[in-house]
Design a binder for this molecule. Sequence first.
Ligand SMILES: Cc1cc2nc3c(=O)[nH]c(=O)nc-3n(C[C@H](O)[C@H](O)[C@H](O)COP(=O)(O)OP(=O)(O)OC[C@H]3O[C@@H](n4cnc5c(N)ncnc54)[C@H](O)[C@@H]3O)c2cc1C
Length: 816
Amino acid sequence: MTDFPTSAKAVIIGGGIVGCSTAYHLAKLGWTEVVLLERKKLTSGTTFHAAGLVGQLRSNANITQLLGESVKLYRTLEEETGLGTGWKMNGGLRLACNEERWTEVKRQATTARSFGLDMQLLTPSEAKELWPLMTTDDVVGAAYLPTDGQASPSDITQALAKGARMAGAKIYEDTKVLEIDLQDGVIKGVKTEKGYIACEKIILCGGQWTRDFAKTVGVNVPLVPVEHQYMVTERIDGVTSDLPTLRDPDRLTYYKEEVGGLVMGGYEANPIPWAMDGIPKGFHYTLLSSNFDHFEQLMELSLGRVPALESAGIKELVNGPESFTPDGNFILGEAPELKNFFVGAGFNAYGIAAGGGAGMALAEWVANGEPPFDLWPVDIRRFGRPHFDTDWVRTRTLEAYAKHYTMAWPSEEHSSGRPCRKSPLYDTLKANGACFGEKLGWERPNWYADLSAGEEARDIYTYGKPNWFDAVGREHKAAREAAVLYDQTSFAKFILKGPDAEKALSWIAANDVAKPVGGLIYTQMLNDRGGIECDLTCVRTRQDEYYIVTGTGYATHDFDWIARNIPADCNAQLVDVTSAYAVLSLMGPRARDILSAVTRDDVSNEGFKFGTAKTIGIAGCPVNALRVTYVGELGWELHLPVEYATTVYAALKQAGAAHGLIDAGYRSIESLRLEKGYRAWSGEIGPDYTPFEAGLGWACKLRKDVPFKGREAVQAQKEGGVKKMLATFTTDDPDTIICGRSTIFRNGERVGYLASAGFGYTLNQWIGFGYVRSEGGVDADYVLSGEYELEVATKRVPCKVHLAPLFDPRMERVKC
Ligand SMILES: Cc1cc2nc3c(=O)[nH]c(=O)nc-3n(C[C@H](O)[C@H](O)[C@H](O)COP(=O)(O)OP(=O)(O)OC[C@H]3O[C@@H](n4cnc5c(N)ncnc54)[C@H](O)[C@@H]3O)c2cc1C
């Protein structure tokens, strides 16, 4: 191979649809020194045996947008490259066969419209007109997405490869990458079967091979191969080439037309993991043995929908392994463990649908150092410690696979691989009636059942009022009127230490962190667009040390953000101390009475001011007490070495008994913070939203002449105004359940959608947070001057708009 390159700007490993799409998009961005290496032939991994359905709707706006990018690309790719792609925009149907599913579909239709995607609701007979072969006796309704379609996976991939080559990328088949050359932890190049290529950046799109390969350089990519089957029939009378794709989630199956016959596959409740001891050598263009016994369950379900399958000839039963992930979302981005090492993998049987958009996003991430927009649901940094264990990953992944078509209930929790990470208080809280949820492996009390009244600590999911509704109301009331204790041990905690700790944090944090020792700072950390990458609390514990506290789920992401943004000339180190400290949050108007009963230290308002922290003694334990609140009440977060957790908990509970102290869980925090207007990252704030858009401009140190990351962008917004502004919405009817992604209408025009929603028990109202958008600019007058409605499950309900917090406990008490 005389033309084999010796250097490249970036090397892409893997010639499936995702690698080829990434090469295509990078080349289009002008990155011509891009080399794609495929160990066998293009498409020979998983791509060649995909069924080829291309659906777009996901529960997140940006991921839906990404899938929309795929469709946009597939519509024109054939014309651009001259290679057929098999793309057909024949639309997609989705059936609902019971009332709860119909509610889900209607909510999805509202979500789709919020995201700008056309999704029409049909009667059973209208659906049957589009898909005459199906029985509709049990169908309550259907949704139709006219822009969904199908494609030939291999052809689309070859067309992407051709497009990449046309734009300057080089592609080599039969070239396995053997090893990544790391020197002092820095990528220098790749060793391949055909020689060495020096490069700065590597993009691993290795499908199901990704986990093992990434591990060789210490990068954790939690995916495992699972068998996935679909059947291909001979021609069936009545199957026309314009037949829409069909998803029948209540029967766990999907369909598409293929050469006058049908492809039918599905997601069984008992999936079969594959290659648990490693993928066999030489596995390419290979299928697994058809497993008719296992497929029978899906076949039976489908016969009830499409009776013609009974007599149809079966051409083949394709059984292919595909990479699935613990949460059913794919994995994109720069690995937190290794700079310049990017991953695009784990496509959960929708890599054809996602491939075009995912390749675009990954290419931009590589080229610009950040994704084109917030991609948190698929960001590689959403994972954490439990995901290092492949058995745990497999267990959780099989649950996610089995739930692919089951109802996606509001507040639904995973049930597998639990309990995994436990606070020292786990058993005590369980005995007290805790119903736990789970995040990054941590068990966290969501709410407490009243065991003495016969309540069961178990979630029963519904689209109506859930079984925990009253229990959360009790905890909410106790927080507003007496006191509650939250176990928040799962908080991620870091220490930033070194002579330049203040200088480094001043650059990364938007708020002023140059406080005296004992100062507590709530701050955002911004990207260069001014978007909020982190939202957290820092305490200056020493002149050269900050203690940083952030949300459980953001442990990997926020650590990565802070660590990667410490300026090169700063001597400061970041250490994760999450597992060293338990956290008990004592909140409510009686919190001071309780705390003063267990400590000799001064916890009076004068002696322990809001926004400060100090070490106090409780029951023999040095407790780092932070006077802060996320529920809008007087309170302290008590951070203590884990071995003291049960002792301090017992002391607080004993002292609190006389003051009405009860245990409380995360669902009441959500309700309390909505009333108080506190923001949540990955809810209504994130990388696509700036402090001035989110009503957090006061937390930017613009009055100080100190540079910080994102300063120019927020300064420009302060001066020039914003085009979207976060507002709060309430409805007067407590029986209409408002949920996230409800569309916001202002004066009859769609202006946004709700990012978060929940019930406020003090106000006895549903509350939602969402952005009001206008290209012409938005200010407080604009927001407050409109007449608003929310679309909830396709029904419009009137609502009120607010910019100030709905409930301020101090004001409330002054009034009392
Ligand atoms: C039965 C089945 C049906 C499906 N149906 C659909 C569908 O209808 N719609 C849909 O959207 N998706 C579907 N999918 C999913 C889709 O096929 C995948 O998500 C997609 O093909 C994944 O593409 P990829 O590029 O990530 O992986 P792959 O296609 O597996 O590509 C990875 C490539 O990396 C190469 N590689 C690995 N290691 C190295 C190395 N060290 N050096 C060089 N090369 C390396 C491999 O050889 C492989 O070619 C289906 C999947 C299955 C199994």
